[in-house]
Write a protein that binds this ligand. Structure first.
Ligand code: TYM
Length: 368
């Protein structure tokens, strides 16, 4: 796995080992929940791994502040999987009342996607920002950095980072080769920059915590290696598993549109995609009643698990009635369609209102 490609079935424990991240233990998750309140993202181990989260939390307890940093590569409309780490980021922002820097890497998607021109990438950066704002981040504490527009904030940091990284490292980490364009080879330095921006702005070491899915870890492994060489604190990370695809694959991904629900999908599209989803059900109703379904492999059940059933008791009930054959896949899908549509209706309403709020999220240095 690299930030640019997830192949095959994801083994999350092996990934943690390969990447060298730590397990988010029950003790550490409880520490966070004690301060911030219970969340299924932690109790179900959806956020399951970290780097130095304990250090940020301990420093916080001693009165040392930190800030949050996350982002999006705007290649098209966002899907539910993208929203997941942002919803968790909002939980953290509300709890700690800290600043969030959100990076929109329109440059990255322009460089990466063969068919995408810069105007399109910038358009998606704007469109995706509406989705971020719609989630309800605190405008007083949140800034959205659009790489191409606000590059002056990042450029000096990025070149300092770039000078410490060589081509062979980038090749090894991202799977690039000699045919990769040089923009993409440089790009990881730009993704590192917001992790050091507050330290640079304030002239003192301000720690940063990055919530995201584990696919982005390779960028920050490099950023963490470089940090001490430049006098910055190493960024900490809190890492999630992937919100799954409706096709049964591990990761909802823009490369499989039928398995993904986008915030822009029509109600008919949402219903069709869920109706066609891969389930753990039997071939016939009769068999289902006799043998029951298999929620462990069912993408519809995973939807409830990850986002659409926060109550553990309700989730258990659903699991039991699926396994016993009482609940049929059709019913389970119909309920999910209703929940997803209700979430999307609410999100779209907030998204429209976000158009008027955009200015409040512009970085300080760029406000009128
Ligand atoms: P991008 O646009 O690929 O993804 C945006 C965020 O969504 C996460 N993600 C998912 N989370 C759960 N389930 C999924 N199926 C799923 N698919 C994607 C990603 O981990 C990410 O957190 N290069 C980055 C943009 C970026 C960024 C950052 C991301 C710039 N700075 C700092 C995280 C942190 C990108 O292309 O993300």
């Amino acid at each position: 796995m690299t930030p640019y490609e997830v192949r095959g079935k994801v083994d999350y424990d092996r990934l943690m080992e390969e990447f060298g991240t730590s397990e988010l233990t029950v003790e550490l998750a409880s520490k966070l929940e004690k301060k911030c309140g219970k969340t299924h993202f932690l109790s179900r181990r959806i956020f399951y791994s970290h780097r130095d989260l304990d250090k940020v939390l301990s420093a916080w307890e001693e009165g040392k502040e930190f800030y949050l940093y996350t982002g999006r590569g705007p290649s098209g409309p966002v899907h539910l999987g993208h929203l997941m780490p942002w919803i968790f980021t909002k939980y953290l922002q509300e709890c700690f009342e800290v600043k969030l820097i959100f990076q929109m890497t329109d440059d990255e998607k322009f460089l990466y996607s063969e068919g995408m021109n810069l105007e399109e990438a910038k358009k998606w950066a704007y469109e995706n920002s509406l989705d971020v704002i719609a989630l309800g981040f605190d405008p007083k504490r949140t800034e959205i950095i659009m790489d191409t527009e606000h590059i002056s904030l990042l450029y000096e940091i990025a070149i300092k980072v770039a000078k410490k990284i060589n081509f062979s490292l980038v090749k090894a980490v991202f799977g690039f080769d000699s045919s990769t364009n040089v923009g993409l080879i440089f790009f990881t330095s730009l993704q590192a920059a917001p992790a050091f921006l507050e330290s640079e702005r304030r002239g003192e070491k301000i720690p940063c915590l990055i919530p995201c899915a584990i696919d982005q870890d390779p960028h920050f492994r490099i950023a963490r290696d470089v940090a001490p060489k430049l006098g910055y604190p190493k960024p900490s990370l809190i890492l999630s598993k992937f919100f799954p695809s409706l096709s049964g694959a591990n990761k909802m991904s823009s490369s499989s549109p039928e398995g993904s629900i986008y915030v822009t999908d029509s109600e008919e599209e949402v219903a069709r995609k869920i109706r066609n989803a891969f389930t753990g059900g039997q071939a016939t109703i009769k068999e289902q009643r006799e043998k029951g379904g298999n929620p462990e492999i069912c993408s519809v059940f995973q939807y409830y698990f990850y986002l659409f059933e926060e109550k553990d008791s309700k989730l258990m009930e659903r699991m039991k009635s699926c396994k016993s054959g009482e609940l049929l896949c059709g019913e389970c899908k119909s309920e999910l369609i209703e929940r997803v549509l209700s979430f999307l209706r609410d999100h779209r309403e907030k998204r429209e209102k976000a158009r008027d709020l955009m200015q409040e999220f512009v970085p300080e240095e760029f406000r009128d």
